[in-house]
Structures are given as structure tokens and as C-alpha cells.
Write a protein that binds this ligand. Structure first.
Ligand SMILES: Nc1nc2c(ncn2[C@@H]2O[C@H](COP(=O)(O)OP(=O)(O)OP(=O)(O)O)[C@@H](O)[C@H]2O)c(=O)[nH]1
Ligand SMILES: [Mg+2]
Length: 610
């Protein structure tokens, strides 16, 4: 069998934040792919605004690095659990993976998930123990943890013989021993070239190219990114694309792109083993195979993760609608969602009975909140309903998504955490005392039970707890209401501006969300009540200036710091009878029914039927 020794195809996989993107950056820097005068900016692959701000990878990206005579195609993947399905798909394009593990944190839930997928696909693993520069790093122990994980996941004998490279990606150092690092990335390059198999060279056979990722450009339309598994393809060639339903569509390849460093460059021909981008076919989709007309032979279709969480996007009908945003209409919102569907294959958009509302389903809170955040930045205004877990029917049984949750907390907080997750129908799988006052707890919890828990968790553990969760499968629906918010809210009585005086008088009722001097409307949520019921309050009231002395006193009055919530926190926070209103400028929470009388009537009727 002939191999293409001039190529290696790898994916970088890890738990979130273990340093994948930083490592790719250093590999770029050290490979000489860039000219001397070119500077690689920090984590250059995270090129999108939100990626930069949050320091996380959202979109998988590929880059090609030249090391001596070998071109290494590297796919940087997102570490967040919402994108696990995409990482799984990407692994179909490569022959090996760099499994990056933090030398201090060790193996985490997403390490387990991605390694399991890599082993199932029989990929060759190379383990990179990263961040060995961290104080208290424990590289040798971490390698043992990784080995245990390989064994637990049923790795083959060959897979268990994985090579290990130690690195500090941030410092650009790596080596075979944790205490003997070189000021270069060469040990990583060498290990990749020595261990990861080169692609099979079967370029004389009929073409098979499979689309793994989608991209979109206004000029070129939809772009399919994938690997040539067999044969050759060239610009101008007439080919067929094999759809999932077995039909074929013919088209002509208009452009082909290869990758060098961070750039996409036009090429004329691609051969077996190459990872390239193709244009010419308007509705090409993930998983489809491109073949010659005379040899239509599809590769097994790729599994695309189904959405697990949904919420309704509605046209903003709050009293402040149109004050802050540019795009408000249902037509604009629909168009925008359709554009998103061009590249985001785990997203679903369904119409509702109302032309002003769409049900949008995605892989999790992060997946959906990033879409919303992008829309806000583009000038959209809308309202969002409480996220709901999607129930799926399996063998005639209603099933719900369940997650594997790993929690690290100081010993004294284990009690409250166990109680909280217990009441959310979590099942404890493991509890290990780390010896340093820290305890690691592992649970399986219905996703429903986790919605809204993270804020409570932070309070429970005074910010010292770390919680990680990964999708773990579907289970028959657990009976009863779980999760959700216990507290009621404080609701503004009238339209107007909040006053220090108004807020001060409410402080012993609960926690206030709005600062003084903020425009609010009747029915808007301005705080959390200490009790379980909602309370309509007068937060805009002015002090009557009958007595000069107390009026003066008011000016120096101080109020507690208000609680500000991020978009994700807000979405987690709201209940069924509330909306989150987002505009480019503000995130507001409101009751669906703004009028106090109508709202109280509806609440009474509801408690009667419950
Ligand atoms: N101390 C130390 N920090 C590092 C090292 N490598 C990366 N980091 C830091 O770890 C954080 C996460 O790095 P990223 O490269 O964004 O991690 P990632 O795995 O790509 O993260 P996601 O794409 O969100 O999954 C950043 O703050 C980096 O600066 C290292 O070798 N040592
Ligand atoms: Mg990253």
C-alpha cells in the first residue's frame, strides 16, 4: 500500500481551555510557515469577535503547517461540550489526534468524551501534557490518569502505547520529559510525523470527497470543507454529490481551496489525503460525498448531533421595542436565522402558529446564546422564552438528555452540592477526596435539572467550586418538575426611571438588578424577591420634598451593589411566564403579562389548575 508521506492530518482535541488554540499558534510560529516579518497574533485561530472576547473556540478551523518536507493539516476544535458532536465529525477527516491535557487539572469530562470518540474511530493518539509551567502541575500523575482513562474506555493495546510529549504551549517549550523542555515545538512535530499514519495514496482510483464542515461566503455561496478520501478532483470537473436520501445531483467544481497557515489559497487540483474547500454546489451539505458520475459510491453518512435545547425567538413587543435596535421585524429575524442554518448544522428553526415567533433549537445554552449575542451585535432586538430541554422518543418511550457532571469543591461545600443535585434528580457516580481539602464529585443529572443550577452553584460554593458537564445520552424522562428557580421576582409597577429612594426601600425585599436612573416599564423584572411569590413594587417612586433635611440626606444615601446578569445567566434565570428582552444595548427581563391585574388573575387560574 502506498502512502502519502508528505502529509499528516490531525485534530487537536481536549477539554475546554486546556490550551488547544495556544498550541496551534505555537506550532504555526515554530514551523516557519510564516515569514520572519509576519507576526502570529495570540491565539490567531480564534478570529471571531466573541471567540476573542471569551477566549474560547466556537468554530472549528483548519490550518496547514509545513514542517520540513511534511504538510501537517491541523484541525483546531472547540472544547466546550455543546460542540462535542462537531468534534466527533471532524475526527472523521483525520488519521490521528493530539489529545491535550492540562498538567494541573488532569482528565476532565470533555477529555473523556473526545478520547472515547477518537478511540472508537481507531485514530492514532498522541498525548500532549500541556501547561507544565503551572505551579502545582503534576505531569506524571496526569499521564497515569490519562492511561487509566484509555483503559477504562477500552483502548486497544496499540492505542495504549501512546507517546507523550510535555509542553508549555504558552512559553513555546516542549520535550519528552516534563523537566527537560526545549525552547521549540520540534518534539511535538517529530512525534506527529513519527507516530501519526500518513494518508493512503490511492489517487488513481475514482474520487471520493466527503464534506465535514460548511462555510459560507457572499461571493462564492456555500463552501464544503472536507477530505479527499480517494482519487483526485480538479477545478472544472463535472461530478455528482450523493445526498443522504440516496439521490444524486450533478455539478461542476468551480473553485478549490487549500490551506497554508491561516490563509485559504486557490488551487487547481486536490489528491487523496488532502483537506480542501470546494465551491460550485449551492446546497451541498455535511456528510455528503462527491464522486465521479461513472462511480457513484457514497461514504457512510456522518452523524449530526440533534439539538437538545430549544427556545422561542419572538419579535420584541415590549414598551421599549424599537428604541435601541435596527432590526425588529419577523422577516428580518427569519432571514437571519436562515443564514445561520447555512453553516450551523446542529441548529434547527421551526415556525410556530404565530408569524412573530420561531422555535430555535440547538446543542445547549452556549450554542444558542452565541447566536443571540451575534444577532444583538448586528443590531437585532427580540424576546426569548425560557430554554426547554428537547424530549426525544426512543422505542416508543419519551426520553430526556442526561449529562455527566464533574464537580471540584472544597470539602466543606460537598453537603449543599450533593443535596442540590439530589433534589434535581442527580445520581452520584463517584466521590474522591483529592487529599488537599478538595473533593471531586461525579454525577449523572438530567439536563433539565442543570438548567439554572450554575448560578446557585456559585453561591453555594462561594465561587470556589468548578463544575463541568458533558452530554451523556438519553434516559426515560424522570417524573415531576425538576430544577428551575425557587424565588419569585420583584416587578416594576409603572413606567419610569428607577430612583435611589425607590431601590433603597426595596432592599430588604430581595436583590435588585437595576441601577438607579434606569428606564423601566410596568411588568419589567427589576429584582429577585426573597420569597417564592412575585411582588409588584414601586421602584420609580420619588421622595416628596416636604422636609429639606431628609431630602438632603437622600442624596448621600448609599444602596447595595445591584446584581448584573449576563445573557446566559438571564436565560437560565427566567421562568415560563417570563421573557428575556435583548437589544444591542440592553438585556431586560420581563413578565409575559405586563399588566398587574391580568397577571395576577392568570397566576390565580394557573394555581387552580395545577
Ligand atoms: N500556564 C499556562 N497557560 C496556558 C498554556 N497554554 C494555554 N494556556 C492558557 O490557557 C487558556 C486557554 O487556552 P486556549 O488555547 O484558548 O485553550 P483551548 O483549549 O483552545 O480552549 P477552547 O477552545 O475554549 O476549548 C488561555 O488563557 C491560555 O493563555 C500553558 O502552557 N501554560
Ligand atoms: Mg481553542
Amino acid at each position: 500500500m502506498q502512502l502519502r508521506e508528505d502529509i499528516r492530518n490531525i485534530a487537536i482535541i481536549a477539554h475546554v481551555d486546556h490550551g488547544k488554540t495556544t498550541l496551534v499558534n505555537q506550532l504555526l510560529q515554530y514551523s516557519g510557515t510564516f515569514q520572519e516579518h509576519e507576526q502570529v497574533v495570540d491565539r490567531a485561530m480564534d478570529s471571531d469577535d466573541i471567540e476573542k472576547e471569551r477566549g474560547i473556540t466556537i468554530l472549528s478551523k483548519n490550518t496547514a503547517i509545513k514542517f520540513k518536507d511534511t504538510a501537517i493539516n491541523i484541525l483546531d476544535t472547540p472544547g466546550h461540550a455543546d460542540f462535542g458532536g462537531e468534534v466527533e465529525r471532524i475526527m472523521k477527516m483525520v488519521d490521528g489526534v493530539l489529545l491535550v491535557v492540562d498538567a494541573y487539572e488532569g482528565t476532565m469530562p470533555q477529555t473523556r468524551f473526545v478520547l472515547q470518540k477518537a478511540l472508537e474511530q481507531n485514530l492514532t493518539p498522541v498525548v500532549v501534557v500541556n501547561k507544565v509551567d503551572r505551579p502545582n502541575s503534576r505531569p506524571t500523575e496526569v499521564v497515569d490518569e490519562v492511561l487509566d482513562l484509555f483503559i477504562e474506555l477500552g483502548a486497544s493495546d496499540a492505542q495504549i502505547e501512546f507517546p507523550v510529549v510535555y509542553a508549555s504551549a504558552i512559553n513555546g517549550t516542549s520535550g519528552e520529559e516534563p523537566d527537560q523542555l526545549e525552547e521549540t515545538m520540534d518534539p511535538i512535530f517529530k512525534t506527529i510525523i513519527d507516530y501519526i499514519p500518513a494518508p493512503i495514496n490511492n489517487q488513481d482510483e475514482p474520487l471520493q470527497f466527503q464534506v465535514t464542515l460548511l462555510d459560507y461566503s457572499e461571493y462564492l455561496g456555500r463552501i464544503g470543507v472536507g477530505r479527499v478520501f480517494r482519487g483526485k478532483m480538479s477545478v472544472g470537473q463535472q461530478v455528482v454529490v450523493m445526498k443522504e436520501d440516496g439521490t444524486e445531483k450533478s455539478f461542476r467544481i468551480t473553485k478549490l481551496f487549500g490551506f497554508i497557515g491561516l490563509d485559504r489559497i486557490e488551487i487547481q487540483e486536490a489528491k487523496a489525503g488532502d483537506i480542501v474547500a470546494v465551491t460550485g454546489m449551492e446546497d451541498i451539505y455535511v456528510g455528503e460525498t462527491i464522486c465521479p458520475k461513472e462511480h457513484p459510491e457514497a461514504l457512510p453518512f456522518l452523524r449530526i448531533d440533534e439539538p437538545t435545547l430549544q427556545m422561542t425567538f419572538l419579535v420584541n413587543n415590549s414598551p421599549f421595542a424599537g428604541k435601541e435596535g435596527k432590526y425588529l421585524t419577523s422577516r428580518r429575524i427569519q432571514e437571519r436565522l436562515l443564514t445561520q442554518l447555512e453553516t450551523d448544522v446542529s441548529l434547527r428553526v421551526d415556525p410556530t402558529d404565530s408569524p412573530d415567533a420561531f422555535v430555535v433549537s440547538g446543542r445547549g445554552e452556549l450554542h444558542l446564546s452565541i447566536l443571540i449575542e451575534n444577532m444583538r451585535r448586528e443590531g437585532f432586538e427580540m424576546q426569548l422564552s425560557k430554554p426547554q430541554v428537547i424530549i426525544k422518543e426512543i422505542d416508543g418511550k419519551k426520553c430526556e438528555p442526561v449529562e455527566r457532571v464533574q464537580i471540584d469543591v472544597p470539602e466543606e461545600y460537598t453537603g449543599p452540592v450533593m443535596e442540590a443535585l439530589g433534589s434535581r434528580k442527580g445520581e452520584m457516580l463517584d466521590m474522591a477526596n483529592q487529599g488537599n481539602g478538595q473533593v471531586r464529585l461525579v454525577f449523572r443529572v438530567p439536563s433539565r435539572g442543570l438548567l439554572g443550577y450554575s448560578t446557585e452553584f456559585m453561591t453555594q460554593t462561594r465561587g470556589y467550586g468548578i463544575m463541568n458537564h458533558t452530554f451523556d445520552g438519553y434516559e426515560p424522562v424522570v417524573k415531576g418538575q425538576i430544577g428551575g428557580r425557587r424565588q419569585g421576582v420583584l416587578v416594576a409597577l409603572e413606567n419610569g426611571k428607577t430612583t435611589t429612594y425607590g431601590i433603597m426601600h426595596l432592599e430588604d425585599r430581595g436583590t435588585i438588578f437595576t441601577e438607579p436612573g434606569v428606564e423601566v416599564y410596568a411588568g419589567m423584572i427589576i429584582g429577585e424577591h426573597n420569597r417564592e411569590n412575585d411582588l409588584t413594587v414601586n421602584v420609580t417612586r420619588e421622595k416628596h420634598l416636604t422636609n429639606m433635611r431628609t431630602a438632603n440626606k437622600d442624596q448621600t444615601a448609599t444602596i447595595n451593589k445591584t446584581k448584573e446578569m449576563s445573557l446566559e445567566e438571564s436565560l437560565e434565570y427566567i421562568s415560563d411566564d417570563e421573557y428575556c428582552e435583548v437589544t444591542p444595548v440592553s438585556i431586560r427581563l420581563r413578565k409575559k403579562i405586563l399588566n398587574q391585574n391580568e397577571r395576577e388573575k392568570a397566576a390565580k387560574n394557573k394555581s387552580k389548575t395545577d
